[in-house]
Design a binder for this molecule. Structure first.
Ligand SMILES: NC(=O)c1ccc[n+]([C@@H]2O[C@H](COP(=O)([O-])OP(=O)(O)OC[C@H]3O[C@@H](n4cnc5c(N)ncnc54)[C@H](OP(=O)(O)O)[C@@H]3O)[C@@H](O)[C@H]2O)c1
Length: 140
């Protein structure tokens, strides 16, 4: 499984720390070069992390995509990105709803909102997930 993160800020850093200290099997994790400092730090700390400047390349390379930008950035960039219908898209973005995400993503991917909090770095939840999704639930 290849995991991609659009936006490498506080919550991406916590989620990746949790993944990399867990038994979750992944082939590679792609993170965006923004934020530069956080992405470099993650690459230094963990194996199989790639930093990618281009958000579309992250999406093209991965089966699961995590959206971890602020709502303002999400509204600006999501509509121009191309997703595939066989992808799972997990949005951490606080105020963009599922109907809005569906409109922006256009294809019929599995779209789920999840709200991990910083203790996810220690593999601690709970993590609200909406709509229910077995794969995403067992992942978290
Ligand atoms: N922090 C939490 O505990 C938490 C919990 C649940 C949900 N959330 C939600 O998750 C989202 C991210 O939160 P956060 O706390 O991680 O915010 P954050 O630390 O500000 O991270 C946002 C990241 O997006 C990057 N970014 C900006 N423009 C971009 C672009 N065009 N392409 C790719 N990346 C870009 C920023 O890079 P630069 O620094 O280079 O601008 C930054 O690294 C928000 O919607 C928030 O509501 C956060």
């Amino acid at each position: 499984m290849k995991l991609g993160f659009i936006g490498t800020g506080k919550i991406t850093s916590s989620v990746i720390t949790g993944i990399c200290n867990s038994s979750i099997k992944y082939n590679r994790i792609f993170v965006s070069s923004r934020n530069n400092k956080i992405s470099k730090n993650l690459k230094k700390r963990f194996k199989k992390i790639s930093i990618e400047k281009n958000n579309q390349k992250i999406i093209d390379s991965c089966s699961w995509i995590f959206l971890a930008v602020t709502p303002i950035v999400g509204k600006k960039i999501l509509k121009d990105l191309k997703f595939r219908s066989n992808q799972t898209v997990i949005s951490f973005i606080s105020t963009i709803t599922i109907p809005q995400l569906k409109k922006m993503i256009k294809v019929k991917s599995d779209i789920v909102r999840a709200i991990p909090l910083p203790p996810i770095s220690l593999k601690k939840g709970p993590v609200p997930i909406c709509p229910p999704n077995k794969k995403v639930k067992s992942f978290f």
